[in-house]
Design a protein around this ligand. Sequence first.
Ligand code: IMP
Length: 409
Amino acid sequence: MQKLLSSLGPVTAVIGAQWGDEGKGKIVDLLAEHFDVIARACGGANAGHTIVVGGKKHVFHLLPAGSLHPGKTVVLGAGMVLHLPTLLEEIRTLQEAGIDVIDRLVISPEAHMLFEYHKEIDAALEKRRTEAKGQGIGTTKRGIGPAYMDKAARSGIRMEDLEKDLSKELQARSPELERMYSIHVDIGKEMQQLKEAASILQGRVRDTVEILHQAKRILIEGAQATLLDLDHGTYPYVTSSATTLVGALQGLGMPWKRVTSAIGVAKAYCTRVGSGDFLMEADPEAAERLRTRGGEYGATTGRPRRCGWLDIKDLKRGKILNGFTHWNITKLDVLDEENVIPVGMGLSGDGKPLIREFRGWRTQTKGIKLFEKLPKEAKEYLSFIEEQTGATVSFIGTGQEREEMVLKH
Ligand code: IMP
């Protein structure tokens, strides 16, 4: 581990390379104790990671997975859109399990607030898209797009205003929302939520840029993933924030020079929730096998995830966009029973996927911790990822448990 840690250096980022849900939480959990600050940069409660706290499973949306580690400063950066009741609920859940996060939490004054009405606009826009085109984007309906719409229109409300009386401001927005989306803004409810948030988060809204500037060891916890990036992803079936490493640096206000490594996280296969092309989507039978073995149901929405195979073109693109130095290939064990493992190699001239088939290993990799113990075929599969992308596969997930991970030096 020590060797791997020194290859990462003091500032590393964990970034999803596919359509999210790669299992970033586990590597963050493994690395967090070696860093001083855990920072989340962009997005909001559309993210979801399942964490077992006090023997019970909880899904967290806003607090980074690294929050569970005592003594670590937790930064919520300027690029985020924050639904405050969700944040308070997560803080409470941790508190009930004996984990105090509030005194270690710092929130950028530049982060935007996400109100109940943003969620309602999200649902209204999805309905409109479905009526017009037969399908929507398949958003999480957490209000992400509309909150970023306000931000881009320069009419968003930021965390720096948390302690102000915002009732007049919200009242002023109400008639337009009623007219455009037939949404009634419940000012009383919004104000009551703001009041509670202001009292609990008192003193927690601070200059996070300065805190990160002073910090020595920083773990940047990416949210969503590269193919969902607003600029570089599979537009328009993307989220509304920047999900790449550079997007995270912008969201946190950190210069490029600080970063010493970037870990791309990809499943050994691939999943997607929501609409949009998925070139390597498996046939229904194989998809169901992967879904069952991999437990592929959305943490935020509970939707069954669409399942398919690894697309090496996406990983290569992810490497270019993010400058990955290391890979964490997760859930290798989900492929244990496959006879043949297809991998997408790009498109042929007539627009059909080019596929390379790998022989399955047909033996259990679950729980393996040593690279040498992996079957020959699995090693070949992993070497192929390294050769094609030019980044080393250093972390290999072989099961759900914390220890079920191969560290390759
Ligand atoms: P939104 O971010 O809720 O607007 O959703 C836009 C698209 O991004 C939809 O296809 C969502 O399913 C997807 N998405 C957003 N966040 C995540 C995530 O954390 N994991 C996987 N998919 C996500």
